[in-house]
Write a protein that binds this ligand. Structure first.
Ligand code: PMP
Ligand code: GLU
Length: 395
């Protein structure tokens, strides 16, 4: 019956992160011993003080539709957060709360991109950018980077791909999947190129801002001349371990925020009321309340790097944020391991799943075919076991 489906959905890729997580879950249910390092999802429980405020919101009957763009007092809390953490002044008319940062991104694509508009995606990029852009009839323009430059796009690379059709640049720092963090100077170099092209807008996806081991997060919108053309995307999924509560938000020029609200009003009517109330509590809390998770991610980063470093053939950068490593495993291409031919990163990830019982994601999904992504948002025990199994499967 697929012939009756729209071309839109036929042409869309399934999210590789979610597909791999579903496959790992399926294998586990069938009794196979699988360690899931495919999904970028904190393994911590939501801190109790946030849970309590959600319970209170239920008792206080927050059960009706909220305003489409989010409760006013939540938007005030987001405004305070932007000022506290990012040195950005966004009024409440510049903020839109959505059902996860993923929806924030989809809103922006739908209100900003016209057919044929080019959107620059430094690769590796987060898996969903490409399909969200395509859904909006945009043309993703991938800018390949490699482990040798810590997976960062240079100003010269940016300049070289700009055309009269360029509408936007989308990137994340800290980056999913590479964990790379752009320094203030590197961002400034990109901004200098963009200043020569006032018609190009930037989606700065800062959802991993707090999971940053070098410290000193810099927002693109805070650089001179960038505020009016940046959409700053953030949310509570990662730093507050609230993935399933589905709250994301943007800070943007008011005219963009207004368009996103108009779009969202026809699509979701707004984000979940209870989760919005809990997000006020989360964002108003001192950052010291979530520091323990960031410290843990840091320790795990060091652990997984040292363990993977012992496996011949793995080429690693030192990710300075998020909770992923993105090793270049292209040295295995063309080899046959225990009867399995490894032709590409997808074969490699499938081999690890079948032979080592470890779920990872092929780098192809993120626009880099030499790498795989391993999420270390897992316990130290799981990390140790997983890497030991990977090592055994490869030697
Ligand atoms: N951007 C990036 C870079 C991500 O890794 C994620 C993780 N899912 C998202 C956006 C979307 O986050 P969410 O929809 O859970 O807020
Ligand atoms: N962002 C996470 C990841 O990259 C969650 C999965 C998703 O939303 O695609 O794994």
């Amino acid at each position: 019956m697929n012939q009756f489906l729209s071309e839109r959905i036929i042409n869309m890729e399934t999210s590789a992160t979610l597909a791999m997580a579903a496959k790992a879950r399926e294998l586990k249910q069938a009794g196979k011993d699988v360690i899931g390092l495919s999904l970028g999802e904190p393994d911590f429980n939501i801190p109790d003080f946030i849970k309590e405020s959600a319970k209170k919101a239920i008792d206080e009957n927050y059960s009706s539709y909220s305003p489409v763009d989010g409760y006013g007092d939540l938007k005030q809390a987001i405004s305070r957060k932007f000022l506290r953490d990012n040195n950005l002044q966004y009024g409440t008319d510049q903020i839109v709360v959505s059902t996860g940062a993923k929806q924030s991104l989809a809103n922006v694509a739908m209100v900003m991109i016209n057919q044929g508009d080019e959107v620059i995606l430094p690769a590796p990029y987060w898996v969903s950018y490409r399909d969200i852009v395509k859904l909006a009839d945009g043309v993703p323009v991938e800018v390949p980077t490699s482990i040798d430059t810590d997976f960062k796009m240079t100003a010269a690379q940016l300049r070289a791909v700009i055309t009269p059709k360029t509408k936007m640049l989308w990137f994340s720092s800290p980056c999913n999947p590479s964990g790379s963090v752009y320094s203030a100077e590197e961002l400034e170099n990109l901004a200098a190129v963009l200043r020569e092209h006032p018609g190009i807008f930037v989606v700065s996806d800062e959802i991993y801002e707090h999971i940053n081991f070098r410290g000193g997060h810099v927002s693109m919108a805070a650089l001179p001349g960038m505020y009016e053309r940046c959409i700053t995307v953030n949310g509570v999924s990662k730093a507050y371990a609230m993935t399933g509560w589905r709250i994301g938000f943007i800070g943007a020029p008011a005219w963009i925020a207004k368009a996103c609200t108009k779009f969202q009003g026809q699509i979701t009517s707004g984000a979940n009321a209870i989760a919005q109330r809990a997000t006020i509590t989360a964002l108003d809390a001192p950052l010291s309340k979530i520091q323990f998770m960031i410290d843990k991610f840091h320790q795990r980063r060091d652990l997984i790097l040292s363990l993977l470093g012992e496996i011949p053939g793995f080429k690693l950068n030192v990710p300075e944020g998020a909770f992923y490593v993105f090793p270049d495993i292209s040295s295995f291409f063309g080899k046959t391991l225990h009867g399995h031919h490894i032709g590409n990163a997808a074969d490699f990830a499938m081999y690890l799943l079948e032979v080592a019982g470890v779920a990872t994601v092929t780098g192809e999904a993120f626009g880099n075919a030499d790498c795989i992504r391993i999420s270390y948002a897992a316990s130290e025990d799981e990390i140790r076991q997983a890497v030991a199994r990977i090592k055994a499967a490869l030697t």
